[in-house]
Design a protein around this ligand. Structure first.
Ligand SMILES: Cc1ncc(COP(=O)(O)O)c(C=O)c1O
Length: 436
């Protein structure tokens, strides 16, 4: 049997064992013996206790485009783009070439002390793309959010932060303090170590007055233009411009977290461009590095000047700041994402037609979508059924008291932008089967 996935990554699933296969199971047993038990879900064990039909994860061996091959040789279609990080496709050839070329020259430079040319080129590229003027690079989305929060505190002189219900900005302490998604689980155990400077408002809902914000010491408004993990929630038209006006009136800094929505995921290069209300600070990550953990906080000149000049020892830096491999890969990944961008509205519109024809709700924009399911299996059951047919898609959202779980939890689709129409059609056929 030919076990190599097609190099362009547009194949339909090809399953040769039940999932997870024997090799995946063996690896997961080894994993369970060494990893902190909170990290990977040992679903089979939990499932037995809960008497539900769940199973362990598969173990990934290789990935191309929108395809993933597991250690048993099963080929699947990844409709998550690996949490959005493979927006340009898994192992995009130009990204791999950039990685190889850079790896022959320089693997590591010295962050704030000694830069390298790729880091400078990447920051120039990011500024040209976003219209921002200055950059702080990081290694994860959470890093970008923390850099933005620090910058906002310096620029506004106020420590308070306004965020929105179900927001997700990452799990490092500063980002966690500003996240409201599943607060009891995510923040609860650490509440004693989280500063109480954060206020939560309804996402897309009425806003506090400028006076209220000033009195509460709020100097930053932090928002995802479309919420991702919170359930692919899009605010009503005109809400982001109102947020912009509120920030201006309150003398606060407006931060967009576009870690999930950035780089043409929703259609335009940045999701906020649909409404035109520009932020003061912008957080990017995920797909930016083509698979390398790299992120960026970008800002206007005025806001970034609040840091002042380096006095010889940078007060914000990291060992791996602007890692040359990551910068080289990001430059190639951004070019590839831009090439793929015209596909996003076309495939997004087609998905809308297909969802309408099936009586399903579809949230989000472009290729950042949440399917709501009026009847049949819920998003979690559907995700399992799809997995057994070779399609990887995860639920997103959170059910709060009094809410309809079918509205609050969606099946989340953030495929690589190179996903083929055939793969999306295959997913819809599998969805029809699982819902039947
Ligand atoms: C909108 C948003 N912000 C921040 C983060 C955190 O990024 P990371 O997991 O790379 O720290 C995520 C991750 O899912 C995200 O979706």
């Amino acid at each position: 049997m030919d076990r190599s996935p097609p190099s362009d990554g547009t194949a339909l699933p090809r399953l040769i064992t039940p999932l997870p296969g024997p090799r995946s199971r063996a690896w997961i047993d080894r994993l369970a013996a060494v990893e902190c038990p909170a990290i990977t879900a040992r679903r089979a064990r939990r499932a037995r206790a809960l008497q539900v039909d769940q199973d362990d994860p598969i173990v990934w061996a290789r990935a191309w485009g929108a395809n993933v091959e597991d250690v048993d040789g099963n080929v699947l279609v990844d409709l998550t783009a690996g949490f959005g990080a493979a927006g340009a496709g898994h192992a995009a050839p130009t990204v791999v070439a950039a990685l190889q070329q850079q790896s022959e020259r320089l693997l590591h430079a010295m962050g704030d002390a000694f830069p390298d040319p790729r880091r400078i080129e990447l920051m120039e590229r990011l500024c040209a793309l976003t219209g921002m003027e200055r950059v702080i690079l990081g290694s994860s989305g959470s890093d970008a959010v923390e850099a933005a929060l620090k910058t906002a505190a310096l620029a506004s002189g106020r420590p308070g932060v306004l965020v929105f219900d179900r927001s997700y900005h990452g799990l490092s302490y500063g980002a966690l303090a500003a996240s409201d998604y599943k607060a009891a689980d995510f923040r609860g155990p650490f509440a004693g170590q989280l500063a109480e400077h954060v206020r939560v408002s309804a996402f897309g809902g009425p806003l506090p007055s400028p006076a209220e914000l000033r009195e509460a010491g709020v100097g930053a408004l932090l928002v995802e233009p479309i919420q991702g993990r919170g359930g692919v929630r899009t605010p009503p038209p005109g809400w982001l411009p109102r947020l912009r006006a509120l920030a201006d009136q309150a003398g606060a800094v407006l931060i967009y977290d576009e870690i999930q929505t950035g780089f043409w995921r929703t259609g335009p290069a940045l999701a906020f461009q649909d409404e035109g209300a520009r932020p003061d600070l912008l957080c990017l990550g995920k797909g930016m590095g083509g698979g390398f953990p790299i992120s960026a906080c970008l800002g206007s000149e005025a806001v970034m000047q609040a840091w002042g000049h380096s006095k010889g020892e940078a007060i914000h830096t990291q060992t791996f700041l602007g890692n040359p491999l990551g910068c080289a890969m990001a430059l190639a990944a951004i070019d590839r994402l831009e090439e793929l961008a015209p596909r996003v509205p076309v495939l997004g519109d087609w998905l809308e037609e297909q969802a309408r024809a099936r009586g399903l709700g579809l949230r989000g924009r472009g290729l950042m979508r949440g399917l709501t399911l009026p009847s049949g299996p819920d998003a979690l059951a559907l995700s399992r059924g799809l997995m057994s047919r070779g399609y990887i898609a995860l639920p997103a959202g959170e059910v709060r008291p009094g809410e309809d779980p079918r509205e609050a939890v969606v099946l989340c689709l953030t495929p690589p932008l190179c996903v083929s129409e055939e793969q999306l059609a295959g997913f819809l056929a599998a969805l029809d089967e699982v819902r039947a």
